[in-house]
Ligand binder design. Structure first.
Ligand code: SF4
Length: 335
């Protein structure tokens, strides 16, 4: 006899907060498995803010039911950053008991009862575009407003396979191995630079002078050396067709915690800096190889984007590096 109260498949809520909807739209490009398989055989997508058929009180009732009757049985996926100004009134999910139900309230209440919480896209994971200066609605990451673990799947937008892979891992095997920023190492375990098809050009000082040229994009602002994601090998457009550098434009670091404020100007070198006892500028990177190459990346790093893990990696490559004191720009948990 089938107990109709017990769902046969894992339940998923996909909630939209302050978002352009790009992550859900990107997910629709997933193949093998695709969106159709996700909602028909892998899981039960009970609430989808963008594609769901219900609206108004019907939609809110679905969320009510999940929160009250399916505790620890659903995965909450949140797409978008969370506005905190004016008690969150800059993003209202709907009306509950006659009152505006803000995204801030919704993610806290639904998040408290979820089995897993997943941040879809850089806005949810790290604040992203909506949290960029001057940040008038005081947007923050999902993690910043929740007192529990959030699995971050950043990207602007997400690669559909990053999200499909993460959801399938959660459903079949549980939590995947995560890095210091709570990103699945499966997809964010290596720098774009180390996977890039143009790495030989970098090592041999063959640089593009402007977008559109088929050489290494480092001198026109490529953030591949400091961005962790597998874009060069996974690629995009459903059939693994292309990615920014393959399309002759620099990586802008959209999967990084610092994006976008820490990555601008996108098409310019970030300021050169002086390392203790070493004179090196970013423009000289690639003139020499080996450790000096690493130094060039170090200069780029120290002048622009520093994270705890990157700093540790950098220190290993620098002469006397272990003595360098590098203060991480973002704290673990990025609250
Ligand atoms: S700097 Fe950018 S384009 Fe050049 S090798 Fe690294 S990731 Fe590729």
């Amino acid at each position: 006899m089938v107990n109709e109260d017990v769902p046969a498949k894992p339940l998923i809520i996909w909630l939209g907060t302050n978002t352009c909807a790009g992550d859900m739209l990107s997910l629709l490009n997933a193949k093998d498995p695709g969106y159709q398989e996700l909602i028909s055989s892998i899981a039960e997508l009970r609430f989808d803010y963008l594609l769901g058929a219900s609206e108004g009180s019907d939609a809110i009732n679905v969320l009510d039911d999940l929160q009250k009757n399916h505790k620890a049985a659903y995965i909450l996926v949140v797409e978008g950053s969370i506005p905190t100004r004016s008690n969150g009134l800059y993003s209202v999910i709907g009306y509950r008991n006659g009152k505006a139900w803000t995204a801030l309230q919704a993610v806290r209440e639904l998040g408290a009862e979820a089995r897993y919480v997943v941040a879809a896209g850089t806005c949810a994971a790290f604040g992203g575009i909506y949290a960029a200066a001057p940040n008038p609605s005081k947007c923050v990451s999902l993690q910043a407003v929740l007192d529990r673990k959030v699995i971050n799947v950043p990207g602007c937008p997400i690669n559909p396979e990053w999200m499909m892979g993460t959801l399938n891992h959660l459903i079949q095997y549980g939590e995947p191995a995560l890095d210091d920023y709570s990103r699945p190492k499966l997809f964010y375990g290596e720098t774009i630079h180390n996977l890039c098809q143009r790495r030989d050009y970098f090592d041999n000082s063959i640089f593009a002078a402007k977008p559109g040229e088929p050489w290494c994009m480092y001198k026109i602002g490529c953030k591949g050396p400091v961005t962790y994601a597998d874009c060069p090998v996974r690629q995009w457009n459903g059939e693994h067709l292309s990615w920014p550098v393959k399309a002759n434009t620099p990586c802008i670091g959209c999967a990084s915690p610092e994006f976008p404020d820490g990555d601008v100007p996108f098409f310019e070198h970030l300021p050169d800096i002086k390392l203790p006892g070493i004179k090196v500028t970013a423009n000289r990177v690639g003139l020499l190889t080996g450790v000096v190459t690493a130094l060039g990346i170090g200069a780029h790093l120290m002048g622009s984007i520093l994270t705890g893990r990157l700093a540790e990696t950098l220190k290993k490559d620098l002469p006397g590096g272990s003595k360098l004191k590098i203060r991480p720009r973002l704290k673990k948990g990025h609250k």
